[in-house]
Design a protein around this ligand. Structure first.
Ligand code: PA5
Ligand code: MN
Length: 189
């Protein structure tokens, strides 16, 4: 990669597109095995909905910069009562936080400390959240359209997915009686 300074990057708030970008990936529902609480609803949805894209990440890295940034675009949808969401992760480096800025849509940023403390942070246009170092973070789209946020992180933060994949997070975000509800994860007793 060789991107000379000064750099200028555009982020389109309506679509989340980053131009130019240096990397991107999509997560389909089939990539998210074990993430949603209702495993049967998940496999039924993979089959019945032809394995939709749940979210896309687009990023921009600049040579020689200790930070990188990008966007995450989460589609609206549910697996059973649970809203579409990201995998969630801790950073490998325990001294690295992150900043999320919501550009479009509505959702929840779920934070969880190593000791199991939980914070539920509102995501809506113009809201900016600081993710403290060593807190797991997952974003959930509770709205009817896409949830789009930009993020800025240290290039050396690294992502630890295994801890969340293996034990889940303590809270689930679900639709209950037509409302968004944050409930205890029954698997975590
Ligand atoms: O750096 C971040 O925390 C974000 O860019 C996330 O990686 C992104 O939202 C996708 O989530 P996850 O990495 O948990 O699948
Ligand atoms: Mn992160």
């Amino acid at each position: 990669m060789s991107n000379p300074y000064p750099s200028f990057v555009q982020i389109d708030a309506a679509s989340g597109e980053v131009s130019p970008f240096t990397g991107r990936y999509k997560k389909h529902l089939s990539d998210l095995e074990g993430i949603f609480h209702d495993r049967t609803a998940w496999s039924d949805a993979v089959r019945d909905l032809a394995d939709p894209v749940v979210y896309e990440v687009v990023e921009y890295r600049q040579d020689g910069c200790d930070l990188f940034f990008g966007t995450t675009i989460i589609a609206p949808g549910q697996v059973g009562p649970e809203y579409y969401m990201t995998r969630g992760h801790f950073h490998l480096r325990r001294d690295r936080g992150e900043v999320y800025s919501t550009m479009k849509g509505q959702g929840i940023l779920l934070l969880e400390s190593r000791s199991g403390q939980t914070e539920v942070v509102d995501m809506r246009e113009g809201y900016v959240a600081s993710i403290p170092p060593d807190w797991a973070h997952r974003t959930i789209n509770t709205g009817e359209g896409p949830l789009i946020f930009s993020w800025v992180c240290s290039v050396d933060a690294g992502n630890d997915y295994a801890s969340i994949r293996e034990r889940g997070m303590r809270k689930l975000v679900v639709e209950r009686d037509g409302q968004v509800a944050v409930i205890d994860n029954p698997r975590m007793g």
